[in-house]
Design a protein around this ligand. Structure first.
Ligand code: SF4
Ligand code: SF4
Length: 356
């Protein structure tokens, strides 16, 4: 039933996270509504625009950034209209209805939002995320990404309605040579706010003198540790002292209440959860503690011919302490249990279920 021409990676995504509305023999019979395709644009690593906040839930590109002159024109594209109509009609033909929450309640995106996930460059190389360093600085793909960012700046200049811009979760914006022009050139309006996802190591160096600092309403800082030894193991080659200096920078600017730490629980860091309590109290901020997710970096199985990286870093199940079969499951659960009532610590639903 697919009426869109799509690159293989989107067809692959469409084949996962099923069933989609179009795959079921019967109508999905969902009475809830969703306004996401009228309000939300995600720009992915290929410079494609998608109309949901998860590109796995609705993996249908409606065009490249460079195809559009404005935010309004993205929502007005013929493929956008087709998706909007399908979802307004409650068919959800391409939606991952068992994953996105639409079966449980209506999805109401309150305002316009633009998520820019165009560059996976990062100054770190965490084992959970990548086997090789990724830093794009030249070449045709880099040039195209820069064109996209230049175009997005013109979109924001023209757009008069309130909008929240969310930076990449799949790389580090402050390290990205693609994203830096946005930070440096965008003349934000009062109605435009920014949520920055970052590992935090370049906050002082990149933001200290930039006007955009005032537009940032949330610093979502992935730390995954709360002590030097654990940090320098899970966030290689990051330095704990550098992270602390950058957190102090936000404190000096009186922005520390806008910090939200991210801590993904795994074998190498669960012992640090008590230190995490001290850290959030020291910086008077909050933390989201979430479960490990499989991003495809670790192998799933051991073999006789494991590559050197797997020999050094193990396989996914070695790290997944929320799995009841993991040798350290019990102490990890006890540690999570001991912090669960702290007012500044927010456990994800899956973590909460694991410790019940
Ligand atoms: S129904 Fe679900 S997948 Fe479809 S646009 Fe809404 S939130 Fe996204
Ligand atoms: S800091 Fe984030 S984006 Fe960078 S390598 Fe680590 S997990 Fe990946």
């Amino acid at each position: 039933m697919s009426t869109f021409t799509m690159e293989p990676q989107y067809l692959y995504k469409l084949s996962t996270m099923g069933p989609r509305g179009q795959n079921t023999n019967d109508p999905v019979n969902i009475e809830h509504s969703c306004n996401m395709p009228h309000r939300y644009i995600t720009v992915d690593y290929l410079g494609n625009c998608l109309l949901c906040h998860c590109d796995g839930w609705l993996p249908i590109p409606v065009g490249k950034v460079t195809d559009f002159d404005s935010i309004e024109s993205v929502f007005a594209a013929s493929s956008s209209k087709m998706l909007q109509q399908d979802i307004d009609d409650k068919k959800f033909s391409w939606c991952a209805v068992d994953h996105c929450g639409i079966r449980n309640s209506s999805v109401k995106q309150p305002g316009f939002e633009l998520a820019i996930n165009i560059d996976e460059s990062c100054n770190l190389q965490c084992a959970s995320c990548r086997r090789e360093p990724i830093m794009h600085t030249k070449g045709p793909d880099f040039d195209f990404k820069i064109q996209c960012i230049e175009r997005i700046i013109t979109w924001l200049d023209k757009f008069d309605q309130p909008i929240r811009i969310v930076s990449s979760g799949n790389g580090d914006v402050l390290a990205s040579h693609v994203m830096r022009p946005l930070l440096q050139k965008w003349k934000y309006k009062q109605s435009q706010t920014f949520t920055l996802f970052t590992n935090g190591l370049l906050l002082r160096k990149q933001l200290e003198k930039l006007p955009i600092l005032s537009a940032i309403k949330m610093f979502s800082i992935s730390i995954d540790a709360a002590s030097q030894a654990v940090y320098e193991d899970v966030r290689r080659p990051g330095k704990w002292s550098v992270l602390l200096d950058n957190l102090k920078f936000l404190q000096e600017q009186q922005l520390n209440k806008l910090i939200r730490f991210k801590f993904i629980v795994q074998r190498r860091n669960y012992q640090d959860l008590l230190n995490l309590v001290q850290l959030v109290e020291q910086f008077d901020c909050e933390v989201d503690v979430t479960e490990l997710q499989d991003w495809g970096t670790w192998s799933h199985f051991r073999t006789d011919n494991d590559d050197a990286w797997t020999q050094a870093n193990g396989i996914y199940s070695d790290h997944d302490v929320l799995n009841p079969n993991h040798a350290e499951h019990k102490p990890a659960i006890q540690m999570l249990y001991s912090i669960k009532h702290h007012p500044k610590i927010n456990l994800s639903q899956i973590v909460k279920q694991a410790i019940q």
